[in-house]
Structures are given as C-alpha cells and as structure tokens.
Design a protein around this ligand. Structure first.
Ligand code: 0X9
Ligand code: ZN
Length: 306
C-alpha cells in the first residue's frame, strides 16, 4: 500500500489511509478536520486499542503543514504503519492513544508535486487577494497564540500570517479537533530541515515553565536517533525562539500555551542543508526509521514522561 523509498503524493497517502483503515480494523478511526479551498480533506487518523484497559497518554502528531517538506508526511505515515504492523509499537497502544495528521496542508502538498517550479511551495493555496504567484497563507503562522509576532502581514511573503488568526480552513478545523481531545500529553509536528528538536516558545526567547522536562525528553529523542543512525544523525536541541528566531502562530506554541499540552515539539528532520527540502529518496528509509526510534524512546514506557 505504501513504501518509504519514494515520495508519495496526496492520492497515494489517501490510498494508504484507506488501506490502514481496513487493515487496522477497530484500531483505526479516520476523521476529516477540514475541507480545503481545493476540496481536499485534512485527515486525522486516530490509532487506539479499543480493548486496552487503564489510563493512556494522548499523543498528537502533525505532518505536512509546510508543502515542500516532503520528508514530514513520509515520517508521519511510517509511524502510522508501525503502530498497526509492528508488534513492539502495537504493544505501546496499551498505554498510548495516537492522533495522526499526515498532511495538514493538502492543497500545498499536492501543488508541490505538479511541476519543478511548484516544488518549493510552502503555504496553502487559498486566494489571498494578491496575484497568483503570491497565493496562500503560512499555516504555521496562522494559529491563535501571540498571532502576528515575527510573522509577515504581506500576502506575498512566505511567512504570511493570514488576514486573521485561524482564517484558514486547515488550522480552524485542526484546532477544533485538537480542542476536543481532552488532555493531550505530547504534541509533535514534523518539519524540515535542520536536524533540530525545538520546544516552545517560538514567539519569545523566554524559556517555558517546564524547560527542564522538555529538554530531558528531547534528549531521549536525540540519543535514540543517534544510536539508530550509527552516529550519523546528530540533533541539536533548543527553544524555537532562541534557535530559529521569533515566529508566532505556529501549532507547537498554540498546543503548549492554549491547550496546555506539557510536551510540545517541532522536529526539523534531516538534513542539515546539503539537500535541504530536496532530501533524496535514497535517504527516506533511514530517516523514517531513525526518527521512529527517537519517537519510540521519547514516549518509552519508563523513560519519557517521568
Ligand atoms: O518557521 C517555521 O515554521 C518552522 N521552521 S521551517 O523551516 N520548517 O519553516 C519552525 C517553527 C518553530 N516553532 C515556532 N516558531 N513556534
Ligand atoms: Zn516547516
């Protein structure tokens, strides 16, 4: 149904979700968070063991909010596949409940497959009143937390924040579903590139209240990735603001600040700039595997949340 040796467009991913839904049977529920301007669905796939007893950690994973960061949906779909097909992951469903968004920006993602010129698209594709080359809103500047700080008001900008917070169907829909899930314990959004694991805040350089715990869990991720990659993938750990510069309106800050999710991360996947957004297909399988090892360790039964 899917492989991690080539990049897959939106149709393939939709097909994979359909396959997962059949294969995973009662473990998989598919919801639609929004329908976009171009009529695509923003899917949220919940993976849960209906027979598990006892309390569970709730984990929300977001992928593909930036169109050109193709390795992000690859990682997210791989994690979904692991949860259904790998016994070591299935076992985790005794104590974890997963909400996965493989492609938060389906219109932009789809568009980035249409031509070499479109390959580097970042935003969604909604008409923003300016000309055709300038379409879209940066969905990672559109969430309602300190909206507008370190984001652009110019519709032509790559980091255009939109006419108002939650102006876009994608962010509005995702926000509603996220708010409906009580007490998310861990939020991760996958981006590229840079090989960094970032924690809040993005809108200020001030450290968050539980910075120590956030760093501790981030180190679990980084150590496991390094191990799984035989030392090849080294991650840097830090606050978004200090490390990447101030940028508000991102999902991670909103989850942390508005929903109170105690562990909230942006993971900037490989590489460190040699290929940048154009990570070669030959790198997909090693990247998804090492990242999965990192996530597995982060939420590990004893290490992560304590
Ligand atoms: O700028 C972004 O949206 C992310 N980097 S990217 O190169 N993938 O565009 C980083 C977001 C970090 N989080 C916050 N600034 N809150
Ligand atoms: Zn990004």
């Amino acid at each position: 149904p899917m492989d991690w040796t080539t990049y897959h467009d939106l149709d393939d991913i939709e097909g994979f979700i359909g396959w997962l839904n059949v294969t995973g049977a009662s473990f998989v529920q598919v919801a639609t968070a929004a329908t976009t301007q171009e009529g695509n669905a923003v899917r949220v796939v919940r993976i849960t063991d209906p027979n598990a007893v006892g309390p569970k950690k709730k984990i929300w994973i977001e992928g593909g909010i930036h169109a050109r960061e193709w390795i992000s949906p690859a990682v997210t779909t791989y994690l979904m596949h692991q949860l259904i097909t790998n016994p070591a992951w299935r076992e985790m469903l005794q104590v974890t409940d997963w909400y996965m968004v493989p492609v938060a920006n389906p219109d932009g993602y789809q568009y980035s497959f249409t031509s070499p010129r479109a390959r580097m698209w970042r935003k969604n594709r909604r008409d923003n009143g300016s000309n055709d080359r300038c379409k879209g809103v940066d969905l990672n500047r559109n969430w309602d937390l300190k909206w507008g700080v370190g984001a652009s008001a110019n519709p032509c900008s790559e980091t255009y924040k939109g006419p108002q917070a939650f102006s876009e169907p994608e962010t509005r829909g995702l926000q509603l579903l996220m708010s409906g899930v009580r007490d998310i314990d861990l939020f991760i959004t996958f981006h590229s590139f840079g090989q960094t694991i970032l924690y809040p805040w993005g809108w200020t350089r001030e450290p968050p209240a539980n910075a120590r715990q956030l760093k501790r869990m981030a180190r679990q991720f980084a150590a496991a990735v390094k191990d799984a990659s035989q030392g090849r993938s080294d991650y840097e750990i830090g606050g978004s603001g200090p490390l990447y510069g101030l940028a508000s309106g991102a999902t991670d800050d909103w989850a942390y600040g508005m929903l109170g999710v105690p562990f909230s991360y942006t993971i900037e996947l490989p590489d460190q700039g040699t290929h940048g957004f154009l990570l070669p297909e030959s790198r997909i399988s090693s990247t998804v595997m090492e990242t999965a090892a990192g996530v597995h360790c982060m939420i590990g039964f004893s290490s992560g949340f304590r």
